[in-house]
Design a protein. Structure first.
Length: 299
């Protein structure tokens, strides 16, 4: 959600009647290797149907005034359980620009693997959006699109994505207890657990740090590196403190570092002290090898 001068907002508003109201630009790909050849024909339009559903719907509020959020959704069919019923896993990724640095690459926002999706799909049957009634296909997509928007807003304003995370929370709680993937999964990833953590007040410092890392860190790194580095280091120290008093395996931390570890390893190569990598290893031991390699490359 880029902050745009008033003049450009006015121009954009004039053109909105001629353009889509959607705020997400998602590329959807499908892998059907696990589906028998004769049944793949029933899924030949699936990727396009899901992509159209996402890109033609409006996900953010009327106050959204930025570029469309870029994301990718890779769907891997695992099995066909009946004529129109399937199980699948997905990889979801989203990104946003790093502002005030024209040469900068985008920054990864969401990186999630979810391998517990059961749903029904019929070829040539329209996919309708109805947030008031549970549907295993559309609720899954809606949950993740609102999650993407929520993290985008959180990166520009402290806890700015709350109303979108609240929608995710509603989806997770309206799902039947028998619906796969919407329950708690003590041995792995859970949509319900993730959104409960995001909405839990005890993780409020993390969400405030998410804003600090992006808006007062990455976005200022090119213009004011000393201030930007100080803010990003403060976020890492805050996460270290939160892990000491809370659940160090919380999904909210794991997902942050799964998205950011390569970026963190790279941007701190120009930092004043190699000791920052000791902190990174402490808060994110899962990516220790990447951080150790970055230390060896540090100036």
């Amino acid at each position: 959600m880029r902050l745009i001068p008033v003049f450009f907002i006015a121009v954009a508003c004039l053109s909105m009647t001629q353009t889509s109201a959607a705020q997400i630009d998602c590329q959807v790909t499908v892998n059907m290797d696990m589906i028998q050849g004769s049944n793949k024909e029933q899924l030949q339009n699936f990727a396009q149907d899901i992509q159209t559903y996402i890109n033609s719907n409006k996900w953010a509020g009327d106050d959204y005034d930025g570029d469309k959020i870029k994301c990718s959704l890779n769907i891997f069919f695992l099995s066909q359980t009946s004529e129109n019923s399937y199980t699948a896993s997905i990889f979801l990724g989203s990104q946003r620009p790093i502002y005030k640095d024209p040469s900068a690459k985008n920054t990864a926002m969401v990186r999630i693997v979810d391998d517990r999706w059961d749903f029904s799909y019929s070829k040539n049957q329209p996919i309708y959006r109805n947030e008031q009634q549970f549907d295993a296909l559309t609720d899954f997509i809606d949950f993740y699109m609102y999650l993407v928007v929520g993290f985008d807003y959180d990166s520009y304003e402290a806890q700015g994505g709350t109303k979108y995370f609240t929608k995710c929370f509603t989806f997770a709680n309206q799902a039947p207890t028998s619906a796969k993937g919407w329950d708690r999964n003590p041995s792995g990833y859970s949509r319900l657990t993730l959104i409960e953590e995001i909405m839990n007040p005890k993780y409020q410092p993390f969400r405030e740090g998410f804003y600090l890392y992006h808006y007062k860190g990455l976005d200022r790194l090119a213009k004011n590196p000393a201030e930007a580095y100080a803010n990003m280091v403060a976020v890492l120290k805050s996460i270290a403190d939160q892990k000491k008093i809370g659940n160090p395996r919380a999904l909210i931390f794991k997902n942050f570092f799964d998205a950011k570890y390569m970026e963190l390893a790279e941007i701190f190569k120009n930092y004043e002290s190699k000791s920052i990598y000791q902190l990174l290893v402490a808060v994110d031991p899962a990516h220790q090898t990447t951080y150790e390699e970055a230390v060896r490359q540090m100036k």
